[in-house]
Design a binder for this molecule. Sequence first.
Ligand SMILES: Cc1cc2nc3c(=O)[nH]c(=O)nc-3n(C[C@H](O)[C@H](O)[C@H](O)COP(=O)(O)OP(=O)(O)OC[C@H]3O[C@@H](n4cnc5c(N)ncnc54)[C@H](O)[C@@H]3O)c2cc1C
Length: 432
Amino acid sequence: MEFCCKREIEGKLAHDYLTSSVKNHYGNMTSSPRRVFVSTGPVIVGAGPSGLATAACLKEKGIASVLLERSNCIASLWQLKTYDRLHLHLPKQFCELPIVPFPADFPTYPTKQQFIEYLEDYARRFDIKPEFGQTVESAEFDENLGMWCVTSVGEDGTTTEYVCRWLVAATGENAEPVVPRFEGMEKFMATGEVKHTSHYKTGGDFAGKRVLVVGCGNSGMEVCLDLCNFGAQPSLVVRDAVHVLPREMLGTSTFGLSMLLLKWLPIRLVDRFLLVVSRFILGDTTKLGLNRPRLGPLQLKNLSGKTPVLDVGTLAKIKTGDIKVCSGIRRLKRHEVEFDNGKTERFDAIILATGYKSNVPSWLKENKMFSKKDGFPIQDFPGGWRGECGLYAVGFTKRGIFGASIDAKRIAQDIWEDDQKHRYVINTTLRN
Ligand SMILES: Cc1cc2nc3c(=O)[nH]c(=O)nc-3n(C[C@H](O)[C@H](O)[C@H](O)COP(=O)(O)OP(=O)(O)OC[C@H]3O[C@@H](n4cnc5c(N)ncnc54)[C@H](O)[C@@H]3O)c2cc1C
């Protein structure tokens, strides 16, 4: 019966904003109003590919959702924080959202612009209209109400509280940039530029400059190549061991081939195969200063989530000496960088290709599903998508858009089943 009342309130208030005044901690009424919105459907936080995929799968099942996005566009990572030359790292068939394949005339590795176009068409097709400029600052399950209370702040400072039965975290693995601190950073910044890759657009901004790129993942490697192509002189800091694989082998994508081989062979053998063919195509990367980890590329990915670098031409530039490989950074000085091996070199700019982190612990007040340490679900793939009390996670599998699509379908099905169960309970209660 208690549930029925809740549902009744829900039904009445769905899509209605209630404006209420709020008392500040001195007990006075504050001037800024607080809006309360009770949603009959789930609230999804984040309108990147994962949030869009979940909203679309729910729509297909007749469930409307509320999609909250802090920026002013969908897929803000792709639209606002990536460099111009970016293409999908993986072939398009592994980066599709559920239900809608990529257009047949798109290339195997669509450009960033084509990917954004695909996502915008996707949102239009399912009539997904996110609430833009809404930064979710907290979400907590109210035991008394049996609902999630999600608080977001709009660009004008207005606070809105969304009350819902289901909450989907879709804020992504790349919500905030990781910016390491180096000794002497301020001294270098007085004479040169330091920027994270989320602010890097094109090598054209660095023509003729000596640029140090920190981090040798896919982004760091590609930024080096971009800098080279625009006449800059890039150096790459390689501190850790890294697996570099050719993007294609034996006439097909390395990723696709790996997936296929994994169906028949144990992961250890597939790794061995990848390393032998890579050695044949790329040569011995150790000689270039790129040591390989002890574990094979797929085993390492499974265990730590560390993605192998798929080479798009950077290695050739390292071989010709157009890109220099450096050891770790000891400290920064005015105009200069001192490396762990004691050498000092002059640079005009530093690009930090040091990755991103999840921001879930900053807004989700919950202790069981997400790790406070790294903001990822504690349970590994494929189990981390569902928590308790109607809490879900999409896009935290370290398996890119492919993993997000699997999550989205599961979440929509689960919410649909839950909704059906509750409708049955309501109908039975009303009949009796
Ligand atoms: C350079 C680069 C290239 C990549 N290439 C590929 C590739 O080729 N293939 C692949 O599968 N994957 C790739 N990835 C991984 C990629 O990040 C994901 O596949 C995809 O963008 C993840 O989508 P998402 O929706 O989970 O996260 P995001 O795209 O990060 O979207 C999350 C959204 O949540 C919003 N948000 C965050 N916090 C809040 C908050 N508190 N309140 C409201 N909104 C919030 C953000 O603004 C953002 O719009 C790449 C990543 C990078 C950085």
